[in-house]
Design a protein around this ligand. Structure first.
Ligand SMILES: [Zn+2]
Length: 144
């Protein structure tokens, strides 16, 4: 079962709330990352972002995805075909009457979303993420 007690970064709920507020995270970010809530589709701020850069954990800042692996899955959530190696831990999730693979930040245990085996080649994976779990860092030095 899901254990959130063995991640390298451990903080109290109050500490996470303070960190998310300080970062200007989305209002639902605490519920999504710490209580495995899911934001409503087509509402996340990164769903339609295609800029070059990288996506990091909103809680601890660990890099999770390169923008080049983001693709339009049409599902209403930011979707990626490849995660940064070692950045994400997978947990079997049997809630809601389905067996799915939950994805959490390997550093702090933040709930990110789920991964499904119906993504594009070559990985065949679709990391279906909550915008509220992510922090986008634009690629540096790009002239307007
Ligand atoms: Zn994290």
């Amino acid at each position: 079962m899901t254990s959130r007690d063995d991640f390298p970064i451990q903080k109290t709920d109050a500490e996470w709330k303070a960190i998310l507020a300080q970062k200007g995270a989305e209002p639902g970010a605490y519920q999504v990352t710490r209580q495995a809530s899911t934001e409503r589709p087509f509402t996340g701020k990164y769903e339609r972002v295609w800029a070059d850069g990288s996506y990091h954990c909103i809680c601890c800042g660990a890099k999770l995805f390169d923008a080049g692996t983001k693709f339009d899955a049409g599902c209403g959530w930011p979707s990626f075909s490849l995660a940064v190696p070692g950045a994400i831990r997978e947990i079997q999730d049997a809630s809601h009457g389905m067996v799915r693979t939950e994805t959490v930040c390997a550093q702090c245990g933040a709930h990110l979303g789920h991964v499904f085996p119906d993504g594009p080649a070559p990985t065949g994976l679709r990391y279906c993420m909550n915008s509220a779990s992510l922090d986008f860092h634009p690629a540096p030095g790009k002239p307007e």
